[in-house]
Design a protein around this ligand. Sequence first.
Ligand code: NAP
Length: 423
Amino acid sequence: MLAGIDGVRQSAQNQTLDLPNGLIGNLTIDLISDWNDSLWKGREGSGERDNKIPSPQSPNQTERIFFNESVASEREASMIDAPARNAGLLKMDHPHVAIVGATGAVGVEMLLCLEQRNFPLGKLKLLASARSAGKTMKFRGEDIVVEELTHDSFSDVDIALFSAGGGISLEFAPSAAAAGAVVIDNSSAFRMEADVPLVVPEINPEAAKNHPRNIIANPNCTTIISLMALAPLHQAFGLRSVIASTYQAVSGSGAQGIVELEEQMQAITTGQPFTPKVYPRQIAFNVIPQVDAFTENGYTKEELKMGNEGRKIMSLPELRVSCTCVRVPVYRSHSVSITAQFERPVDASAARAAFLNKPGVQVVDDIANKVFPVPLDTTGKDDCLVGRIRKNLVFENALDLWVVGDQVRKGAALNAVQIAEIL
Ligand code: NAP
């Protein structure tokens, strides 16, 4: 793994970002950029990148990349105006897509998802900070030059996939929306606003059709993974309450999280001193019961998201949720241990049946043969996996279960691209 990080640094020095054709397990996001120079340095104690302070604007200096000029011209000629989009009337044909934060962990995965799902793109524009402007990234065999994000970046963009932190979204998403693009935002900046839909396409796809501000929010990664397991059970038995503990991978903190884990492992195994930078305590050979900042009631912001966002996505205002989020020394894929209570009686076999033919989620549950999902099983994969399904011994009408999902992919990039597909 350490060679992977060296590769990142080398790649950054060469000003080229090489995207793997397929996913190389946990190394995928190692291949992306020069995080050591990033803004995240010194933000100890927070696993959340959404409060990032945007950099000052500067003029857009690079050429736009046009994949298919003729398709793009047709698209522009028939462009439907913003009100039509707001009413959800637009089934986009070969849209011009921009990725904001294209060089980041989620941005790189978005590029992979667009390519692997053969998304019907008209044009693609890659945007990041001034640090990355001029670097190239590969898409469908073509080199694309990364441009610096400015307020003028969106004049001919139909869909803007934002994944550069909440500060960037707050500053630039309104510009993109005003220019007529539909913003699909990965940060927490707009998630709880009443006029911004919060969408998991397998659960509430219809919500994506009504986006009066031209902004659609992607839910928190742990929330998406948990709800992929809870929504089918809710449909079958009526969900009332959830108690959850998470096991969150370091790549959930972006690339810096992986660097921190690897540097600490190397320091410990060679007897060198080190100072935690990304996390409040040592993450190597340890677990940390803090993800994001603490709030007044003792929960962290991350822990409150599952309840707040879950209630909105599933239209369950009475749903009660208590969550403990824990950072673990795993590179990629979050796991969640869930106790869920329902309105109606439930048992393990009825629960397993509830997942039959549900897209995006699979049951992997055969304890006699020691079969259950682990983070390595979902890394680079679309589906969330559910196992250890059993009747809870404490509460009435309750189940215990274990769900695992790739938080960079279904928890972020894939979910955003799926939303773009239903626009
Ligand atoms: P990351 O690896 O640190 O990438 C951040 C991206 O933002 C990079 O492309 C960076 O460009 C860009 N950026 C930073 N400052 C910028 C600026 N001033 N102007 C334009 N672009 C700028 O972070 P990440 O993990 O991909 O997370 C991105 C967003 O997704 C965050 O809101 C995060 O909460 C959310 N999210 C992440 C995960 C996950 O598992 N990592 C899961 C769900 C949601 P440079 O390379 O030029 O610095």
